[in-house]
Design a protein around this ligand. Structure first.
Ligand SMILES: NC(=O)c1ccc[n+]([C@@H]2O[C@H](COP(=O)([O-])OP(=O)(O)OC[C@H]3O[C@@H](n4cnc5c(N)ncnc54)[C@H](O)[C@@H]3O)[C@@H](O)[C@H]2O)c1
Length: 263
């Protein structure tokens, strides 16, 4: 059966998904409908791909079987209830939303097994979830992620400005140490990975996060540590920025494509 994809947010990740589908890189998939608040982006899609339907509202995805959100966290809260009711597949990229908005987190936790099976959390800019899910059969004692990014990634961050933190051109600066809940609130654009890890391990309050600005690197580096009676596990991800958008790791867009392929 053809996978009819509805896509919300025609930015870097959205465009990468559209191209992959148009180029036939995902078997049996077509872009059915798209939505974006940016009218120029919508016009461009109309011109380039006249067969793609433009959604009249953010929940106008009746003819789609898979909805992908690649816009901003608020969109996840706006469409979540409608999607769960519709029993369509949902791939949210702005995963931080599940932690920024406590209501959404409890709704996600309270889904029944059938509903949960339709919400597909992409691994995003990290991975190792096959191992993590396996360890969970016994239990996880500690889950921690350290995110190290080049200084430029933190330009205009309000938390850094209001706490008068000075970035250095010569050495790393620890910007934040705390739990995933606080991390996603203060670093909403750069911390989807912490949210993803928290959702699969100890939850927003008990998953530890450290965020570091490092002037000596060009990649985003995520180091995950998991401790359990089963063993101790370290995963390191050194992500190149995507060729088209230096703010987003290439791996994140690929993970959306991989998730669609797996349905
Ligand atoms: N899960 C992960 O590991 C991971 C990794 C990278 C990015 N992300 C997240 O994925 C999302 C998309 O990333 P991107 O790099 O493509 O961003 P982008 O800025 O390139 O694109 C976002 C698009 O969403 C649109 N948009 C904004 N508000 C909207 C609204 N209310 N309704 C509809 N459209 C709206 C914008 O106009 C833009 O076209 C972001 O939230 C980002 O934080 C997640």
């Amino acid at each position: 059966m053809t996978k009819k994809v509805g896509l919300i947010g025609i930015g870097y990740i959205g465009t990468t998904i559209i191209q992959a589908i148009i180029e036939g890189k995902i078997e049996n998939a077509e872009i059915q409908a798209v939505y974006d608040i940016d009218k120029e982006k919508v016009e461009k899609i109309k011109e380039e791909y006249p067969s793609i339907r433009i959604m009249s509202s953010i929940t106008d995805f009746h003819d789609c079987s898979i909805i992908i959100e690649c816009a901003i966290q608020e969109v996840v809260t706006q469409i979540f209830d409608v999607i769960v009711k519709s029993e369509k597949y949902f791939i949210p990229m702005s995963i931080g939303a599940f932690i920024t908005f406590p209501d959404l987190y409890s709704k996600y936790q309270n889904l029944n097994e059938k509903q949960r099976s339709k919400i597909l959390l992409p691994s995003g800019a990290i991975g190792g979830f096959d191992c993590i899910d396996t360890i969970k059969l016994v239990g996880i004692k500690n889950a921690r992620i350290q995110t190290r990014k080049p200084n430029r990634s933190f330009r205009n961050n309000k938390f850094i400005e209001s706490n008068n933190i000075k970035l250095s051109e010569n050495s790393s600066v620890v910007l934040f140490e705390g739990n995933a809940k606080l991390a996603t609130t203060y670093f909403p654009r750069s911390i989807n990975v912490a949210a993803r890890l928290a959702l699969s391990t100890l939850g927003p309050e008990k998953t530890s996060v450290e965020i570091i600005a490092d002037p000596s690197i060009s990649r985003n580096i995520h180091t995950i540590e998991i401790e359990s009676e089963v063993g101790k596990y370290n995963f390191i991800f050194e992500n190149n920025p995507s060729p088209a958008n230096p703010k987003t790791s290439w791996l994140a867009a690929l993970s959306a494509i991989y998730t669609i392929k797996g349905i």
